[in-house]
Design a protein around this ligand. Structure first.
Ligand code: PGA
Length: 251
């Protein structure tokens, strides 16, 4: 059966000492609860090796927020999947809408990133989601289907099974405007159907699909109660250990 997962996406926040302190706080808070989900934090590249030293990885997973679409070489400023893996991280967020929007990431580059992540034993948390205009003009289901097909449907069933998906409606990210639990459920059920159409029911049923976009302790319970919502990818509310734990314990 698929896992329930709550993953924090810190984005470009926290200095190294602040990030290490936040990771320690989450790690310590987890000791006191019987979490009904896997818990992951995705932090800036600069923080990964240090955070890896201070957390109990059997309770708290560690991920990067991106990786390069090349293994090594003359790509100034880039960080590759093998480099991420060498810090001790096990996950990598790929295809976040901010990467697509501000850094021009396309399905073509994302295909490479997914392949390199998998080749380096990193679990991709692959993000998809429509912008407001696509929600309003009714094309949102098609948009998300195309994002999945273009970047991921070249994978074998075996490799696809290693992915975590995150549906993040762009209009809900950092805006305080959450998708309703029914809107999330409609999309998550649709995504599972799209996966089933390509890889069969077993793969679809075993794929964790997280919701992201202004998820917080006050709305997490209703979202996670939906049968096809398997957890959350949390931005703003993951920057405070207490609010992040409020979402973790919503399961
Ligand atoms: P948010 O971000 O929770 O701050 O809306 C979610 C995300 O972008 O992953």
């Amino acid at each position: 059966m698929r896992k329930n997962i709550v993953a924090g996406n810190w984005k470009m926040n926290t200095t190294l000492p602040e990030g290490v302190a936040l990771a320690k706080a989450v790690n310590d808070a987890l000791k006191g609860v019987d979490a009904k989900c896997d818990v992951i934090i995705a932090a800036p590249f600069t923080h990964l090796a240090s955070i890896n030293e201070v957390i109990d990885k059997s309770k708290l997973g560690l991920g990067a927020e991106n990786c390069a679409d090349h293994v090594s070489g003359a790509y100034t400023g880039e960080v590759s999947a093998p480099m991420v893996a060498s810090t001790g991280a096990n996950y990598v967020i790929l295809g976040h809408s901010e990467r697509r929007q501000y850094y021009g990431e396309t399905s073509e580059t994302l295909k490479e990133k997914v392949n390199l992540a998998l080749a380096n034993n990193l679990t991709p948390i692959f993000c998809i989601g429509e912008v407001l205009e696509e929600r309003e003009n009714g094309t949102y289901l098609d948009v998300v289907k195309t994002q999945i097909e273009d970047a991921l449907f070249g994978l074998s069933a075996d490799d696809f099974s290693k992915l975590i998906l995150a549906y993040e409606p762009v209009w809900a990210i950092g805006t305080g405007k959450t998708a309703t639990d029914d809107q999330a459920e409609e999309m998550h059920a649709f995504i599972r159907n799209v996966i089933a159409g390509k890889y069969g029911n077993e793969v679809a049923e075993n794929t964790s699909i997280l919701y992201g976009g202004s998820c917080k302790p006050s709305n997490a319970k209703a979202l996670f109660a939906k049968p096809n919502v398997d957890g959350g990818l949390i931005g703003g509310a993951s920057l405070d250990a207490e609010s992040f734990m409020g979402i973790v314990t919503a399961f």
